[in-house]
Ligand binder design. Sequence first.
Ligand code: AHR
Length: 507
Amino acid sequence: MPEATAVINLDIPGPTISRHLYGHFAEHLGRCIYGGFWVGEDSPLPNEGGIRLDVVEALRALDIPNLRWPGGCFADEYHWQDGVGPRETRPRMVNTHWGNVEENNHFGTHEFMALCELLGAEPYINGNVGSGTVREMSEWVEYLTRDGDSPMVRLRKANGREEPWRVKYWGIGNETWGCGGNMRAEYSADLARQYATYCRDHGDNKLYRIASGASDDDYKWTETLMQQISCFGCEATPKNFFQGLSVHHYTLSGPWEAKGSATAFGTDDYYRTMLSAKDIDRILTGHSTVMDLYDRGRTVGLVLDEWGTWWDVEPGTNPGFLYQQNTLRDALVASTHFDIFHKHAARLHMANIAQTVNVLQAMVLTDPDTDALVLTPTYHVFEMNKGHHDATSLAVHLRTDNARRRVGDADLDTVSASASVKDGTVLISLTNLDAEEPVDLTLDLRGATIGEPEARLLTADRIPAHNTPQAPAAVAPRAFDGVKSTGQGLALTLPPHSFLTVRAPLA
Ligand code: AHR
């Protein structure tokens, strides 16, 4: 049986793991908003002002720190003024990017801010650079965040909201290298400076402006943007034009043209998927290294505001809706990502899984016919890892000779781990990616002692296992009593294809 040792110094604190690494993303795409979050006030489903309450209740258990909206590619087609005022008179548009369906704009700014309030999440609004104007974006910030009296404040009040909202996270375009305008990095950098200039801090609302960044390992894009961050003598942005720079990376098991089924896949596909998931480490390292060259003080955050698996859509569903099932494979992609995110906590300020409901690697799936709601295996990883939010990271040093698989011409380390401490409680997350073999794990805990551990395990007999309305708990966490105290820490056998969390108080 493969063996591995994880050495953790409980008394050497690392950087804080921002809770925003557990951020989310809701785009006007398929059934994420309409039929997912939003059912409208006349729906027979329990709702608050049109927002679907079973979805809210399920997501509240995740303590979602922030929600990105309205896109994605949709953000660069979206004109916010179409989404305020009486719903029945709001102009309609065609969502040309996602399925060519008509968008009635019933879910707009006020509805999104109400959703954030229900979820207890901070809004992350992505403005339109690709087909919008500087004025349009500037006025949206004013509409949302300005107090007192001004044209946009009067419009907001006329639409029923007296007080300004607080909005911190503000995206300046999305994928400007692609669907957001097919720009060159140099042009995009200039636009980021221009738009950022007019996205003002109103009163004490301070924006965290996020420039549209690279795809995958396009480090040149990041370098071009980083060369343009400084804003000497600016009144609104005293140091940098933008405070965050985004990057997107999706996990696939092969090329874009042959993504494969979410549920019907073999062991080779599974291992290739895990290699692709682990590639996020190389990508974050590359972007962080480039950023270090221009920003030694780490004043600019790296923001991975789209990540997750991307499979073929479920048979019979609209190809433009990106609806996919979610198996134990997706859950292990997520747990592996979080271990890597924790390692990069010093530079990585935020990450947003794509997307929260009914699109790509979702937390919840809703059935369009029966309205049944299902929690996905990925949901459970987010829930089990909640204790890492704003915790102090603890470096994990893994030692193994044989917990490894050869995948094509690469080695895949099959054990992944991370740890943190918060409020006197240690949380250790452990993943065994091996499809068949359990692994004997020793946790060598140094620098402090711990009390009685409690563990929870997420696994299933088969990696393609997934939850459905008929079998909603096929993949769900359960208590695990296999963690034994040793003189110097803990020992356990981690089943194949499984994710485990261990919580223990510092003694
Ligand atoms: O998440 C789906 C799409 O993927 C987003 O709209 C876009 O930004 C990315 O290409």
